[in-house]
Design a protein around this ligand. Structure first.
Ligand SMILES: [Zn+2]
Length: 358
């Protein structure tokens, strides 16, 4: 399952002299770690996409598994790097943006708004590799398969889906659902559709929540909807019934006559946790932090099997898997509970809005 294909990488676009030097060193380092360079490949695993201030040429992938790092040269770090540089990440249709300030440092920005810096110096290229590799080699599980087999008595939801709406409201009141960067304002309609298809990103608000329905199924918020206004079944709230590992797809039960939305990209993570721990009744994921929580080791992208597995491992190691708080490195928290109320009670007043970046 989810076997790693050959780690082929290629370059795309024209580079400045400083970026060329960086790219060649990075190429050597990637090769030393088993990646294979091809000057052309239809579905490479990794693309280093060179962009400039004036020209952001996107690399249009043919395959979902292709990870694109757009590479930009800058002369200095702006006041607010995310605000200044995030548009380049999005316009390049990239998963990650690398900004190189020659003789000083390299900044990384990711789609989920993480930002971290590697200063030049000892093991510089190795450190760059260690930033890129966990993300480039992980597998997205953002495919959805909708089956119109939801029991009629659940078409209007039930007690559980109402508890989900209420918990979403609460997170909204706590101001934990920041509007995501307005991706749809930066991209053309066509590129926005492309981004949504690739990452399952809707662009309205971050975080997600779910509640167990029965032994093998759970309700979860949809992707890209306002989590403080969850109401319609099949559109705002979806019933996850399975993960099809052959098709690498999340399987959802939906009512007829509803144009379903995609489920949150982190459904795979929740699925792994519910499957392993029958006593877990609810899960909430927010982009906030809590003091002293056990944390995953690598920064994996949202919606990947690897992130799901890393979080599930931390939940397993906690003294009570049904009341675990796990830090997702550079990203946020995943909190389990016996119910949504059990989670909200435990995190109330303890959340720090700023996620530490390392
Ligand atoms: Zn997240």
């Amino acid at each position: 399952m989810l076997k790693q294909d050959n780690l082929v990488f290629r370059f795309h676009g024209d580079h400045t002299p400083a970026l060329e030097k960086l790219a060649l060193k990075l190429k050597e380092t990637l090769e030393a770690h088993g990646y294979h360079y091809r000057w052309y490949s239809i579905s490479p695993r990794l693309v280093l996409n060179f962009i400039t201030d004036d020209e952001v040429k996107p690399y249009r992938r043919r395959a979902q598994a292709t990870f694109v790092v757009s590479m930009l040269e800058a002369s200095q770090s702006p006041q607010d790097p995310i605000k200044e540089w995030y548009p380049y990440l999005v316009r390049g249709l990239s998963n990650m943006l690398l900004v190189y300030i020659p003789n000083k440092e390299t900044h990384f920005l990711t789609l989920d708004l993480a930002h971290f810096i590697e200063p030049e110096g000892n093991r510089f290229y190795e450190r760059l590799f260690e930033r890129i590799h966990p993300m480039a080699s992980s597998v997205l599980v953002v495919n959805n398969r909708f089956e119109q087999d939801l029991e009629p008595e659940l078409w209007q939801g039930d007690e559980l889906t109402r508890s989900l709406s209420e918990a979403g409201c609460k997170l909204g009141q706590w101001d934990l659902l920041p509007a995501a960067f307005p991706i749809d304002k930066i991209l053309s309609a066509e590129d926005f559709r492309h981004v949504k298809r690739l990452y399952g990103i809707g662009g309205l608000s971050y975080g997600n929540l779910s509640v167990r329905q029965d032994h093998h199924r759970f309700w979860m918020s949809a992707s890209g909807v306002d989590k403080s206004k969850l109401s319609e079944i099949g559109r705002d709230i979806l019933l996850v019934k399975d993960y099809d590992s052959t098709a690498n797809a999340i399987v959802l039960s939906v009512p007829p006559n509803v144009e379903p939305r995609r489920v949150s990209v982190d459904a795979i993570e929740h699925w792994l946790i519910y499957k392993e721990h029958p006593e877990v009744g609810a899960i909430i994921h927010v982009h906030a932090w809590m003091q002293g929580v056990p944390t995953t080791q690598f920064h994996y992208p949202c919606g990947t099997y690897q992130l799901g597995r890393a979080v599930a491992e931390k939940v397993r190691q906690s003294p009570d898997p049904a009341s675990a708080v796990v830090g997702l490195k550079n990203h946020g928290l995943t909190v389990t509970g016996r119910s949504l109320a059990h989670i909200l009670d435990r995190i109330d007043g303890k959340l720090i809005k700023h996620v530490p970046m390392e």
